[in-house]
Design a protein around this ligand. Structure first.
Ligand code: OSB
Ligand code: MG
Length: 357
């Protein structure tokens, strides 16, 4: 799916997205839907679309054949023989969660234990060709009602850009995401970020680090939020206990599915750590899953789940996800609560594989 506009981060520029869309069909003909958020290249995490295909076909789907499960929470145990590959696991688990919720006649949000009727959302703005372009985009996003602005930063596109943003927009809820662009050698430089009253700085240091982030957090007033570093419940627990962050970005794909996401949420709730739902430039199915998990109570900060139309000329769900006044209304229908638009799906589809369990 071609993005309406390229999205640039400290690790590169994304022009289009490949997705695995998983449909899990039960004996009664009910369908559950999941989406893998893996990118085509391993620069956010080690997974790619191609590794997902391999892991699903050769390992995860055969494990499903070991026999029925009674609840989607049981999949974690079933998949535990396979190390990591969390986005592949989450895509299958997501389809099964949706199917389970539909079998129960419940919205996925309620099946997960969420109760919000609407969720607050923000927007993540990529690195732009110049600051004026970024300022225009921030203005447009605020006009559209987005409740929090996140900008991407990297060395050479950080302090001066934030200073200018704060001159023009002194009071907006603002944060910065570095996608691991810095090291502790830049401690003095990173300390300057404290001048901009940021809600948080997301993943400043290495993608696999929690030790140095704890050292940095001791030196910064601005809360650190971890994204890339959190792949499991254990990572979240260690990061909170070490003081590596004060906020966690939960991405369902990165942590291996909704069950783990919920467990991290519950731990953060018990430890007063606010969480929010990150984004991976999802198509409609993944977007719907993000909306469902965000209905849990500790998702107290606006996430990156923006409207379908921010990314796509045509999304694969109907209705598309819309944002009014910075809010998404949580669907009340069973499961993800959006229909997959078969015509749109077919338009984008390049290959279909089917498996009988
Ligand atoms: O770090 O949160 C991130 C997009 C691709 C990869 C990583 C990230 C992002 C975003 C965009 O920030 C979030 C979105 O709008 O889906
Ligand atoms: Mg991030």
């Amino acid at each position: 799916m071609g993005l309406k506009a390229p999205f640039s981060t400290s690790f590169g520029t994304i022009h289009y997205r490949d997705f695995f869309i998983i449909e899990a069909i039960d004996r009664d003909g009910l369908s559950g839907w999941g989406e893998s958020v893996a990118f085509d290249a391993p620069w956010y995490s080690e997974e790619t679309v191609v590794t997902n295909e391999h892991v699903m076909i050769d390992f995860l789907i055969p494990l499903l054949r070991q026999g029925p499960i009674s609840h989607p929470d049981d999949l974690g145990e079933r998949f535990s023989a396979i190390r990591r590959n969390n986005m592949a696991k989450a895509a299958i688990e997501g389809a099964i969660w949706d199917l389970y919720a539909k079998q129960q006649g419940l919205p996925l949000s309620e099946a997960l234990g969420g109760s919000k009727k609407q969720i607050e959302v923000g927007i993540s703005l990529g690195i732009q060709k110049d600051v004026e372009t970024l300022l225009d985009q921030i203005g447009a996003a605020l006009d559209e009602g987005y409740r929090r602005i996140k900008i991407k930063i990297k060395p050479g596109w950080d302090v001066d850009v934030l200073r200018r943003v704060r001159e023009v927009f002194p009071d907006i809820p603002l944060m910065a995401d570095a996608n691991s662009a810095y090291t502790l050698k830049e401690m003095d430089h990173l300390k300057q970020l404290d001048h901009f009253d940021l809600l948080m700085i997301e993943q400043p240091l290495a993608h696999d680090d929690i030790i140095q982030h704890a050292r940095l957090q001791r030196e910064l007033k601005t809360p650190i939020c971890l994204d890339e570093s959190i792949h499991s419940f254990g990572d979240a627990k260690n990061a909170v206990e070490l003081g590596s962050c004060q906020i966690i970005n939960i991405k369902i794909g990165r942590v291996g599915g909704l069950t783990v996401a919920k467990r991290i949420h519950d731990f953060c709730q018990a430890h007063d750590i606010p969480v929010w739902c990150g984004g991976m430039l999802e198509a409609g199915v993944g977007r719907a899953h993000n909306i469902a998990i965000t209905t849990l109570p500790q998702f107290t900060l606006p996430g990156d789940t923006s409207a379908s139309a921010r990314y796509w000329d045509k999304d694969i769900i109907t209705p598309e996800v819309t944002v009014h006044d910075g809010l998404i209304q949580v669907p009340k229908k069973p499961g993800i609560g959006y229909e997959v638009d078969q015509e749109a799906l077919e338009f984008y589809t390049v290959d279909v594989l089917s498996f009988e369990l």
